[in-house]
Ligand binder design. Sequence first.
Ligand code: AMP
Length: 943
Amino acid sequence: MHQGTMKAWLESSHLYGSNATYIEEMYEAYQEDPQSVSEDWKTVFDNLPSVNGEAFGTPEVAHSKVRDYFRSLALESRGGTAARAADPELDAKQVKVLQLINAHRFRGHQNANLDPLELWKREAVAELNPAFHGLTAEDMSSEFNTGSFAFGGETMKLSDLVNALKTTYCGSIGAEYMHITDTDEKRWIQQRIEPSLGNGNYGKDVQTRILEGLNAAEGMEKYLGAKFPGAKRFSLEGGDSLVPMLREIIYRAGESSTKEVVIGMAHRGRLNVLVNVLGKRPGELFDEFAGKHAANGGSGDVKYHQGFSSDFETPAGLVHLALAFNPSHLEIVNPVVMGSVRARQDRRGCKDGSQVLPITIHGDSAIAGQGVVQETFNMSQTHGFKVGGSIRVVVNNQVGFTTSKQEDTRSTEYCTDIAKMVQAPIFHVNADDPEAVAFVAQLAVDYRNEFKRDVVIDLVCYRRHGHNEADEPSATQPLMYAKIKKHPTPRKIYADKLIAEQVIASDEAVAMVNGYRDGLDAGECVVKEWRQMEKYAVDWSPYLNRMWEEDYASTIDADKLKQLADRVALIPEGHVVQSRVAKIYKDRVAMANGEKLLDWGMAENLAYATILDDQKRVRITGQDSGRGTFFHRHAVLHEQKTASTFMPLRNLEGEQGPIDITDSVLSEASVLAFEYGYATAEPSGLTIWEAQFGDFANCAQVVIDQFLSSGEQKWGRLCGLTMLLPHGYEGQGPEHSSARLERFLQLCANHNMQVCVPSTPAQVYHMLRRQVVRPMRRPLVVMSPKSLLRHPLAVSSMDELANGTFQNVISEIDELDAKKVDRVVLCSGKVYYDLVDKRRKENIENVAIVRIEQLYPFPHEEMAKALADYQHVTDFVWCQEEPQNQGAWYCSQHHFRTAIPAGADLTYAGREASAAPACGYADLHMRQQEALIKDALNLGKAE
Ligand code: AMP
């Protein structure tokens, strides 16, 4: 407001005469929260001029100056005469009223009626009491300005205002959002909850829909309880509103053009969601309870880990639903869901995320206790991982297995406090009030779509039975369960309410219960909106039942490769790169021109280029994936003056596939899980996760164990994710040497994944291409090199790339006379170069060296070929850099033994067994390395 306008406004205001105390208090309230004052006053304060260079609005400016300023304005406007005196007491009260409104917005949730069992012991928040603000019983009948409170008119009787505040902020919904700094967001939320006092004012159609949801939730659990007494089903009972809530979310999402919803949830209520939301046939579930299962060759999984896919008809169109498969590790499915959602959004070209909605459902103890929740929140707005916001629902049954005391489960007031790190609004809601639940469900969808950010619904409920149905919860929670036993079910409470309000007749409610039970008896789908999936967004059939040995087209036209090499080596005019990078690119130009053999970085970039040229997608994430931890990749070029970036791989000639290379957040578990989710939803391209050092994958072990290595067997879900794990013994100490090869090999069975140790640029090129060109989609675990990236012997020709293929085994390459060979050393990875170097230096002619480039699935046929000339040899050695209890020795030894001639010996040359993966002293490392090389080449031990 400019000064003249401000004066005019002051003159017309009932505050004309500018009561100093009032303005000062108003100003204080404004400083605490600009929205606590009316829009007019906010504009005045927002536009205060500066005093001595300091903006008025800053706390540094003395309030007296503000007061004086207004006084002078008033005097001026009255032509210098004294201002009209206002009623100072009334004006002071007005400020208190605004503070009372503000207190409800900030802290109303702390006294909201959230716990259906009424067991929560919460102290009364003094600021929510009008008396705290000096507002008396007499004031209750006075009219006050309601500031920005969005209910009613500009003024209201204080008693009405207090009632409205209590209903909005201290009823069944505890809206926690004032921690958000963005004013628009806060205003938006106020505009959504205040005008209706947090009430959806639903008509009969929605009310019936809600009751149907509760009816289904309860009916299903009771049915299962009666039919399979004592069987574990992780009943939803107590949190029954989850079912109508999810259905409302889907309806609302459908209205806002969402095409897919991906859900992640743990056990609690999962069977219920499967049957009553996703539309799994109850008959199929009953068969699973009865121990029947389809003979699909996999191990299968328990029923409460199963995922499901279906289509759901909403009035606005079909919404595809996918419930992600889930292991028992709570919360780790969250980043998997986000990755799956991102893949679907990328496929649809949906940049703002609106077409695919993620919903994650958490337990109250798990959301507070599990670190991956924080990791996933941290990813939520980052460019490589954002999905346009997610809806996070907490089934807050106030107990984690047998741990229920707040001081045992968390150090925060709410289990949802972690969400404040991304300033997500949190709607706590009493699950016994399903209309309030529906209201926040719709609000959450709208908020997510409006602001593209995470939003949390804390569904405060209880757990009618124990952790599972075989448990006796009274043993550990006697008071809570005494209360639960007497507490009516959510369906009963709501049905009684609708009957009392004459929305439905009591016989209708009974008919609903019976109708649902009949539906279960029939065993057919009970979700009326369920539709058979017409077509999958992705056709997985080309990838099903494929074998790793299948032939694939590995060669590429040499001219085409040269053309791609030129583009990969191209720095655009004027894009000045750092001098070391410039040298690397200069070398790449020479490599493209055939003047230099290709190094690792060039071959790897060329692999991506060929995949992209084939219109396929490439996605690489890792902590330093643009540059490469070891300065070899340089797929993203940083201009030195402007810091702008250029990606040669995005600028190939002609049509090409999309590529994203993202330097990830500093997390392994959530990023690997995200990429697993991505790759399980997008089979066509190459998805890579790269660890900074191989052992960083330790922090993501749950993803490796529970998803990557076993997901296909348990759930029939294919995943072609590639993991690049830098590995190699180079004296860098215990933590940066080993990618723990042994752990991956130990997980190998049923051809579940591939473990490769490529040793040349051509090998990494073909290995990456094979992962896309060959239709099999299984994880590829790569022990990728560090020093080999620049090793003078680790080079390849363009011809090897154009006309070669991935060699699972590389036979002896020196021209040895096979007949003279009396020892064959088998090895993988970097140690090969140490061996061959020493052998050449020592002119040894009787020891052949064979590299096994794929340790699993073990390449028996290629090994047979590689060893064909050495059938007379009886002395075979496995040489490795890792200590004896690590590396491939124990896990792959049986394969080596079957590969060597019958009767031949297989001995070990490597480091001694060790608790640490590697030693920390460079000189000891050198001595150990020398000893194992000498040992392998039969040169005796180093002294
Ligand atoms: P979704 O879009 O995840 O609901 O998947 C739809 C259908 O595609 C599923 O019912 C499966 O038949 C198939 N499908 C999805 N993901 C995979 C996968 N990773 N591996 C094999 N089949 C899949």
